[in-house]
Design a binder for this molecule. Structure first.
Ligand code: MN
Length: 503
């Protein structure tokens, strides 16, 4: 499901409807038509900076949303997202016409957009973050609409004044790219980063683009031959391949990688990688085994993101082999669902769940068990919790959440094998609180690899940790505040010790 093309042609409602991965029902089409007509009438006479009718922006936003797998209601909200702010039609009017759910989403976006207060640059940044986090805790669809809105604005940024281009590109890189990344929407993250990169660092943007184009033209015939050879090999071994294709690395990620290797492009093996999509997880491992017994793998380049997913939920097996014709080739093996989730993130999850007739709202139902919801949503739910705890001190709320949000994450396990996700640098106490508040409150020590460790020990990725508790313990030690890293642990310790929220 690729993002809709960045076209300069006139868009119509039909383009939005065609962008849905699964054709919408007649009822959904009616809703979209009604939303389109309302937006068209409301924005009548308004134009974009480029001179095109304003409705083009609404259609482009809606098309992106449909393309990444969101439902008709969210796409309708995308069509209407600028109506209350920019036209005479009010939110109350929209609520009467479209109901509370759609009106709430539009209200959320309007709240994100209006910053009429007099703020300095730093206050503006904080306020921006605060609003995004609040919106995420309330209804994550609002944030996804905002991302689609921003992507179209980035694609048409050339029509604005240079100072405005810089400000918006900077804000995109600082706020919207990490959010898209955290939500696992790889396609939007890559497109936002690429467009921001173009304005923030035009020289490196052009150079990286050239490097990628050169590699592509040098390797595309080879990739075709490799696909033929590997397809024949896997077929011979009885592996059903759903799809095999070459992929070029996203431009900004490529730039960062080249920078990491200090410009040594020969060490970047995944400018083009080969993706193999297979039916299920066991076939992923079988495929990897066949590849490694046929081609020599490169040492230290095998990554099992299926059993240890990346922090944003990304799953795949990666390996670099001395492949066909002895050329170095990175290969990524994954299932169709992993593939869709890598491209669409939280939206893909919704797409898969919808088949089981679950509504989006269910994800935020706190009575649901952790295992029933995916981890982006868990995280959004946790956000709501923190918000309640820290509601009276917004600055600390933002600092804490940013810390949890932007840090690299690691995974550790309980002795029963439950996976606990933590920001890098988190301690045993953070781990205990992440399992359950009561476990955090009564923790006295921990055991890992058969050894006792102190509560301030830093958790390592992949560690199995057993927390030792004492049920008679009345409250957690306030001194733990000196070393805990997560907002969740901090607020729980404060709450139990009745300490005011302040640093
Ligand atoms: Mn907009």
């Amino acid at each position: 499901m690729p993002l809709p093309p960045n076209t300069h042609e006139e868009r119509f409602l039909e383009d939005v409807i065609k962008a849905f991965p699964v054709a919408p029902s007649n009822q959904s089409k009616k809703l979209l038509e009604k939303a389109y007509n309302t937006a068209l009438k409301a924005h009548e006479g308004q134009t974009r900076a480029s001179g095109v009718p304003y409705i083009q922006h609404c259609l482009a936003t809606a098309q992106i949303l449909a393309g990444i797998g969101l439902d008709a209601r969210t796409v309708a909200a995308g069509l209407l997202h600028d109506v209350p702010e920019d036209t005479d039609v009010t939110l109350e009017d929209l609520e009467k016409e479209f109901g509370t759910d759609i009106a709430n989403m539009i209200e959320g976006i309007t709240k994100l957009g209006t910053m009429k207060l007099q703020l300095n640059a730093e206050e503006y940044r904080l306020e921006n973050w605060r609003r995004m986090f609040l919106a995420m805790g309330e209804d994550i669809r609002t944030v996804i609409i905002k991302l689609a809105d921003r992507l179209h604005n980035m694609r048409t940024l050339g029509h604005l004044r240079p100072e405005k281009q810089q400000r918006i590109a900077h804000e995109t890189m600082e706020i919207f790219v990490p959010i898209a990344n955290r939500l696992g929407i790889g396609e939007i993250r890559a497109a936002l980063a690429e467009n921001a990169f173009r304005y923030l660092d035009p020289g490196n943007y052009r150079e990286t683009k050239e490097i990628r184009a050169e590699t592509l033209s040098r390797s595309s015939a080879y990739i075709d031959r490799a696909i033929d050879e590997l397809s024949a090999l896997l077929k011979d071994k009885g592996v059903r391949v759903v799809d095999m294709h070459g992929r070029a690395k996203a431009l900004y990620s490529l730039y960062l990688k080249i920078k990491k290797y200090e410009g040594d492009i020969d060490r970047v093996y995944d400018i083009i990688a080969l993706r193999i999509i297979v039916p299920d997880v066991s076939t992923c491992y079988k495929t990897l085994g066949i590849l490694h017994s046929t081609y020599k793998p490169m040492v230290g380049r095998i990554k099992d993101y299926i059993s240890l997913p990346k922090p944003n939920g990304y799953q795949s097996l990666h390996t670099t082999i001395f492949g066909p014709e002895k050329r170095i080739l990175e290969i990524q093996v994954r299932t169709k669902q992993m593939h869709d989730e890598a491209e669409l993130g939280i939206a893909a999850h919704w797409l898969y769940e919808e088949k089981k007739n679950q509504s989006w709202r269910n994800y935020l139902d706190p009575r649901k068990k952790k295992t029933e919801v995916n981890h982006e949503v868990m995280w959004a739910r946790q956000l709501q919790e923190w918000q309640r705890d820290l509601g009276n001190n917004p600055d600390e709320f933002i600092d804490g959440i940013k810390m949890d949000f932007l840090k690299n994450h690691i995974f550790a396990y309980t002795p029963k094998g439950d996976v606990i996700e933590l920001p890098e640098g988190a301690t045993i106490v953070d781990f205990a609180y992440a399992i359950h508040t009561d476990i955090g409150n009564t923790a006295t020590g921990a055991r890992t690899s058969g050894k006792m460790v102190s509560l301030d020990t830093t958790v390592q990725n992949g560690q199995v940790i057993e927390i030792i508790t004492d049920k008679n313990r009345k409250k957690p030690n306030a001194d733990w505040l000196q070393f805990v890293k997560t907002s969740h642990a901090k607020s729980a310790i404060r709450r139990q010790n009745k300490i005011e929220n302040q640093d």
